[in-house]
Ligand binder design. Structure first.
Ligand code: SF4
Length: 423
């Protein structure tokens, strides 16, 4: 196989993989063994690669963009007239090792269209991971995308070689999935998720008793939802996410704004802006639920089925619950400090530490680095309560918006190609 053909395949299959955002690699530690190659450290590995080959983290590709399915939202769907390609197992292994040795990547994120059937495709994904681990002694990070409908045996095997497995639910609601991906069945996603969850629990339990038990998907499982392709509300999306977190012990749920790829009456028109701000608000909500002790129903409910796009969800919640404010930062419990807009968990810890020694004033709080432009309307301290007096929620919102400029760009910033014409 010529280098030119491999390069062409990379162009096609790395480009097709850019629509999948669920390749975070945090949470896994895999040490180098004596004769092995690579290691994966716990946190902060970035997920994209640059054109000039520096600081590349994960090689993110599809094994193939051939697919027997026709999901309307997917660029790889069988009815789409695009260039197709498929890697051989050994080609992906060689690319991974070669890029690793050149320090381009720290691991592999491997997904695939479905050729033939789910099991046939899954077997090939596993074969790549198995060869990397067993023949190349590769200890870098491997994230395998599981193929919906793959059998239990294969899901079990996949977790013995991969650090993380993901089964992408794609569309947040069952009705949306039926509309846009008529070939797929909701149960096809749930079965592998359940299998992976149970295997993780079982392997962890066994490892406590028998030290030599191999690790099974040590970075857990994740899933991804495309948002904005169907008419679901933010409430629908977040309630689904909570279900996957609690029922299947997901490490992460990813929210991926729909990128219009098809001229299809069931979907937003071509050229429709990618809902980047909405995506960002969903991630902020997800964060509040996982780390700030919020219940999803406090943020999204019958009355408020969608998140504000102009302000963040914590501020939005606080403005709807003004009766709980102002919070006295010198007395409030930790969970309530965490609910003050502009006060992150890092600041909460600093406040708790600092107030052991003194009664905190505005000056102290400013020095602790709180986002005072928002926080000052929701707290009192050892100073005069001068900011909040007589202001209504809409006046506070207006004042905050006037002071802040959005840091989020509206446009979708595409993923860079591994090889561009100019590279
Ligand atoms: S099965 Fe996956 S790759 Fe195939 S069309 Fe559907 S989303 Fe795309």
């Amino acid at each position: 196989m010529s280098f030119e053909r491999i390069r062409e395949k990379l162009n096609i299959l790395a480009d097709a993989a850019k629509y999948d955002v669920s390749c975070s690699s945090s949470g896994s530690v895999r040490k180098n063994t004596q004769k092995g190659i690579g290691n994966s450290s716990g946190m902060g590995i970035c997920h994209s690669y640059t054109e000039d080959g520096r600081c590349v983290s994960l090689l993110k590709i599809l094994l193939t963009n051939h697919c027997i399915f026709d999901c309307a939202y997917c660029v790889t769907r069988k009815s789409n007239d695009i260039k197709r390609a498929a890697f051989k197992v050994q080609e992906v292994v060689d690319l991974t090792i070669n890029f690793y040795r050149r320090n381009y990547i720290e691991g592999l994120f491997l997904s695939s269209g479905i050729f033939k059937n789910a099991d046939y495709t899954m077997e090939r994904l596993i074969a790549v991971a198995k060869k990397l681990r067993e023949e190349e002694n590769f200890n870098g990070y491997i994230h395998l995308k599981s193929i919906p409908g793959a059998s239990d045996e294969l899901m079990r095997e996949a977790g013995l070689y991969a650090d993380r497995l993901s089964v992408n639910i794609e569309i947040p609601t069952v009705s949306g999935l039926k509309l846009l991906a008529p070939d797929k069945k909701h149960e096809d996603f749930l079965k592998p998720m359940e299998k992976v969850k149970n295997e993780i629990i079982q392997y962890k339990a066994e490892k406590k008793i028998i030290k030599s038990t191999p690790r099974y998907a040590p970075a857990g499982q994740s899933t991804q939802m495309i948002i904005g392709a169907t008419g679901e509300s933010d409430k629908d999306i977040m309630y689904s996410a909570i279900h996957y977190y609690s029922t299947y012990h997901m490490k992460r749920v990813y929210y991926s704004g729909y990128i219009p790829v098809a001229d299809d009456a069931r979907l937003p028109a071509l050229g429709t802006e990618v809902p980047m701000m909405r995506e960002n608000r969903l991630y902020q909500t997800d964060w509040l639920l996982r780390f700030y002790g919020f219940d999803v129903r406090e943020i999204l409910n019958q009355e408020h089925p969608n998140l504000d796009t102009d302000i963040d969800p914590k501020l939005s919640w606080a403005l709807r619950n003004m009766h709980l404010f102002p919070v006295d930062v010198n007395k409030a419990p930790k969970w309530m400090l965490a609910r003050i807009p502009g006060v992150g968990m890092h600041s909460v810890r600093k406040i708790l530490e600092a107030r052991k020694f003194r009664n905190l004033s505005w000056e102290h709080l400013e020095r602790l680095g709180l986002a005072m432009n928002r926080a000052k309307y929701f707290m009192i301290c050892n100073s005069r309560d001068f900011e909040r007096r007589d202001l209504t929620p809409s006046q506070i919102k207006g004042a905050i918006l006037r002071q802040s400029s959005s840091k989020y760009r509206q446009l979708h910033s595409g993923q860079l190609n591994l090889f561009s014409q100019s590279a």
